[in-house]
Design a protein. Structure first.
Length: 75
């Protein structure tokens, strides 16, 4: 189990970015305690999130290449 700050530092992003990923459901986390509580992120959830991010990057890159081909073909 990892703290939000630890995950943010390892990804070199802000703590707010990790909280947004948790709130959107993109990054699975566990809330401990009452009220707002503490947020902990399981190690396997980090692996799942990284895989999803890599897949999204590949998909975006593929779309970019298709856009470039389409733009070249239309000219």
């Amino acid at each position: 189990m990892y703290r939000v700050r630890t995950v943010a530092e390892s990804f070199d992003v802000s703590v707010a970015t990790i909280y947004r990923a948790v709130e959107s459901g993109a990054l699975r986390a566990i809330r401990l305690g009452k009220g707002k509580g503490a947020v902990r992120i399981p190690g396997d959830a980090i692996e799942e999130y990284l895989t999803a991010c890599q897949s999204a990057a590949v998909t975006r890159e593929g779309h970019r290449e298709l856009d470039e081909v389409a733009a070249g073909g239309a000219a």
